[in-house]
Design a protein around this ligand. Structure first.
Ligand SMILES: CC(C)(COP(=O)(O)OP(=O)(O)OC[C@H]1O[C@@H](n2cnc3c(N)ncnc32)[C@H](O)[C@@H]1OP(=O)(O)O)[C@@H](O)C(=O)NCCC(=O)NCCS
Length: 180
């Protein structure tokens, strides 16, 4: 990844010893292991699903404590074309239960939302209506509930659709040189 990309994705940031960088296909097995712990009964994603997300070009971040993957998150970015509003969708985010409550989820989400802000995207996501920690995290980062999807999850649980309007551009790219 290029230096600006590394900075934009939060690479090198440290949250209680946890560092963010790009998720790679080699992380897929560990992601699937965490999914099975974090989303039991709700169709946890397989390693193959993670590899497909990366192949599709979606922006995925890893949170690492040394060599150990302790968190992951991904966003699909759909730049606006022909005057249409750019959109983004948070596809998944998860933190190892042993590392929760240390700011890792917030750091991952902040960096994904910075990428959405860079293209002026309105961001959407689905969250279980009974998932209080995630709902609180999303509210704290500017999301609001805009709808309910009944029986959205494999377990039969309902989901809220949440939306966040774009914030100011937060790209780490240096400003373009002034025209001469
Ligand atoms: C949601 C999740 C990613 C948060 O990750 P985390 O690293 O524990 O979160 P952080 O420590 O960064 O906390 C960020 C905010 O989340 C909220 N939060 C986190 N844990 C919480 C809890 N147990 N109860 C209530 N709110 C909580 C708070 O708003 C918190 O901010 P605050 O500490 O300033 O109040 C994590 O709980 C997780 O992986 N959950 C299971 C998977 C999941 O539900 N993913 C989301 C699917 S839509």
């Amino acid at each position: 990844m290029t230096a600006p990309d590394a900075e934009r994705s939060g690479a090198g940031r440290s949250i209680s010893g946890v560092v963010l960088d790009a998720l790679t296909p080699d992380d897929a097995d560990r992601c699937a292991e965490l999914e099975a712990i974090l989303f039991p009964g709700d169709d946890p994603w397989s390693a193959r699903a993670f590899r497909e997300e990366l192949r599709a070009g979606h922006r995925y971040l890893a949170a690492r404590d040394g060599d150990r993957l302790v968190g992951y998150g991904g966003v699909a970015l759909l730049p606006g074309r022909l005057g249409q509003q750019a959109e983004a969708e948070i596809h998944t985010i998860g933190v190892d239960p042993a590392c929760q409550g240390r700011g890792v989820g917030r750091a991952l989400l902040d960096r994904l939302l910075a990428a959405a802000d860079d293209i002026g995207a309105t961001t959407y996501l689905e969250v279980r209506t009974d998932n209080a920690p995630a709902r609180r995290l999303y509210r704290a980062t500017g999301f609001e509930v805009v709808g309910t999807r009944r029986r959205y999850y494999a377990s039969g649980a309902d989901a809220y659709t949440m939306r966040r309007r774009p914030g100011p551009v937060r790209s780490a790219d240096p400003p373009a040189a002034a025209p001469r």
